[in-house]
Design a protein around this ligand. Structure first.
Ligand code: NAG
Ligand code: NAG
Ligand code: NAG
Length: 311
């Protein structure tokens, strides 16, 4: 942790004028560029480092939304609390991007072109509380993606139409998480394990997904039904896409009865009956073979005898 910090995080020092720039004081000829950079939007923020081009910085909030950015700004003020990169065309976030911004509380990457996020992105985001990843193209949420971001209160993963897989341990360790939005994705299945470890969950949104309400979903639905008083969910929107028997049924209308076919367990009597039937069938087949054999033998002898007679 410390080793990462000293080579990538310019910590602002009291009375150190150079801390107001992410680069060393430019040599003389470069000074001519400074008015140009100021026009282009490079302004020192309140926080100590300069504000990235095309962004506005105010009270530790950096707003780079709607600027047609294809990549994240390389450097932010180190004391950034709110960062909005929403409504851009960002396709990737470099690994370790957030390492330096220990004050980060709010991060919005809403409405970009993200397909995945690098492992360990949130490893140092200990204060991160609100994370918006909606309207992207994320395909899965891997195990431990938010690991170490223990302060997360809200995660919005809605409107990721390609989101098909949420790992059972995707939200591991998020004891404070209150709001989770998984609506309008491509989820057919979600394991109970993924939600079970979230004691603080108050709002869960799962509507608009192509849920397949087969036997594998029973534990999750049972759990959700028992929690529905504490955990408000968008029950109207959550529907089963399959199997055919329950297509279009609201997820929360399914009862124990709906899953009766999942519990076809056999009793000892059933096993005895099956064993008995099997025994009878095998005896019968042995007897039939025996009779067939005798008959064939008789016929053979009889035809031989009649042939001899004819000669
Ligand atoms: C930072 O984000 C929070 C939560 O969205 C908001 O309440 C707060 O006003 C924001 N701060 C600034 C300076 O924009
Ligand atoms: C996404 O951002 C684009 C601009 O890049 C904007 O035109 C569009 O309305 C935004 N969509 C949503 C759902 O916010
Ligand atoms: C989303 O990602 C898939 C590949 O995972 C790609 O084929 C598709 O074009 C992407 N969609 C958008 C809207 O970027």
């Amino acid at each position: 942790m410390g080793s990462v910090q000293h080579h990538c995080c310019p910590q602002p020092k009291m009375g150190d004028a150079s801390a107001h720039r992410p680069w060393p004081r430019p040599p003389r000829p470069a000074l001519l560029l400074v008015p140009l950079l100021v026009v282009a939007g490079v302004m020192p923020s309140d926080g100590g480092a300069s504000c990235p081009v095309l962004c506005t910085c105010h009270n530790q909030a950096v707003d780079c939304s709607g600027q047609r950015l294809f990549s994240v700004p390389p450097e932010l003020p180190v004391d950034t609390r709110n960062l909005s990169l929403a409504h851009n065309r960002i396709a990737a976030v470099p690994p370790g991007y957030l390492t330096c911004y220990r004050e980060l509380r709010v991060l919005s990457l809403r409405n970009n072109s993200l397909v995945e996020l690098p492992a360990g992105l949130f490893l140092h985001a200990k204060r991160l509380a609100h994370l918006d990843l909606s309207y992207n193209n994320l395909s899965h949420v891997p195990a431990g993606m938010f690991q170490a971001a223990h302060g997360l209160l809200r995660i919005d993963l809605s409107h990721n139409p390609g989101l098909r897989r949420v790992h059972p341990r995707a939200f591991q360790g998020l004891a404070q998480l209150r709001d989770l939005d998984l609506s309008f994705g491509g989820l057919a299945f979600l394991s109970l394990e993924a939600l079970e470890g979230l004691p603080g969950l108050v709002t869960l949104q799962i509507g608009g997904n192509p849920w397949v309400c087969g036997c594998t979903m029973e534990p999750l639905l049972k759990w959700l039904r028992n929690r529905i008083q504490r955990c408000t969910a968008d029950s109207q929107l959550a529907e089963c896409r399959g199997p055919p028997e329950v297509e279009g049924a609201p997820l929360f209308s399914l009862t124990e009865e709906s899953f009766k076919a999942c519990h076809l367990t056999l009793t000892l009597d059933d096993y005895l009956f099956i064993a008995f039937v099997g025994f009878v069938v095998s005896i019968a087949s042995v007897a039939t073979n025996f009779l067939l054999g005798i008959t064939a033998n008789c016929c053979h002898r009889w035809s031989k005898a009649s042939e001899e007679e004819e000669i």
